[in-house]
Design a protein around this ligand. Structure first.
Ligand code: NAD
Length: 249
């Protein structure tokens, strides 16, 4: 068991086909007690119940600082500590650069970037009190190559911002034994892109992936579990690519 008795908070973890839920499931299997934070419409309590006994779901909006603080307080009230945070909540939108409105920009950056700030700020006091913790932020290959497959430039910017925020946190909190790392998934089959890849583009996309397949949520979850676990205890500020070789750099 890689995460025995650890308490893990996962934002945006309620979508059962998503990266967050796959991570929640794998962390539970590795012995963690998991708190799934998500919007009310995503029903995080129902998602947590699917993991079995001992886990919890909390309604939280990561773009709202008070909501993140209330969620972290609820997790601490139940488990008494927070060992792991996975900043996973994110939304995307295909858009050409000149078409991005201010509202689009706010919506996309708010969930991935402001959400990473607020959720991390909410759990850091507990981690500082413990003098231990691991934060894993879900960025994207889109941050590294100036666009993934679907998201527009504002999505690339949001995910690049996540890399910067995470690296700065890694520097600031390393002395408190709090590690902060990122994963940069390539194209992974989840609800975020379901039905959005035109059939005529599919083969071209696969031709650009050395491992010759679209990723599965468990591919990402395994890497998140690794970074959150003591196997990675000397890793901080790392960006771990999970893209099948789509971007080798
Ligand atoms: P998903 O749509 O299944 O998951 C996103 C989750 O975030 C949903 O459960 C949603 O309800 C939640 N969410 C949205 N706004 C929120 C808010 N304000 N507060 C709390 N929760 C909120 O998609 P996914 O593919 O599992 O995406 C998970 C993460 O991985 C995202 O950050 C996404 O940008 C990133 N990512 C995905 C891929 C991919 O190919 N699927 C690639 C790179 C990065």
């Amino acid at each position: 068991m890689l995460l025995k008795d650890k308490v893990a908070v996962i934002t945006g973890g309620a979508g059962i086909n998503g990266l967050g839920f796959a991570t929640a499931r794998m962390m539970g299997e590795q012995g963690a007690r998991v708190a799934i934070l998500d919007l009310a419409a995503a029903d995080p309590q129902a998602a947590a119940a699917r993991l079995g006994e001992g886990h919890m779901g909390v309604v939280a909006n990561v773009t709202d600082k008070a909501s993140c603080e209330a969620a972290a307080a609820a997790v601490q009230a139940r488990y008494g500590r927070i060992d792991i945070l996975v900043n996973n909540a994110g939304v995307t939108q295909p858009a050409k650069f000149l078409d991005i409105t201010g509202a689009d920009y706010d919506r996309i950056l708010d969930v991935s970037l402001r959400g990473t700030l607020y959720a991390s700020q909410a759990v850091l006091p507990a981690m500082l009190a413990q003098q231990s913790g691991a934060i894993v932020c879900i960025s994207s290959v889109s941050a590294q190559r100036g666009g993934g497959i679907l998201g527009g430039p504002h999505y690339s910017a949001a995910k690049a911002g996540v890399l910067g925020l995470a690296r700065a946190m890694a520097r600031e909190y390393g002395g408190s034994n709090i590690r902060v790392n990122c994963v940069t998934p390539g194209l992974i089959a989840t609800d975020i892109n379901k039905g959005k890849i035109p059939d005529d583009k599919r083969q071209g996309i696969l031709d650009g992936i050395p491992l010759a397949r679209i990723g599965e949520p468990a591919d990402v979850a395994g890497c998140v579990v690794f970074l959150a676990s003591d196997l990675a205890k000397y890793c901080t500020g790392v960006t771990l690519d999970v893209n099948g070789g789509m971007l080798i750099h």
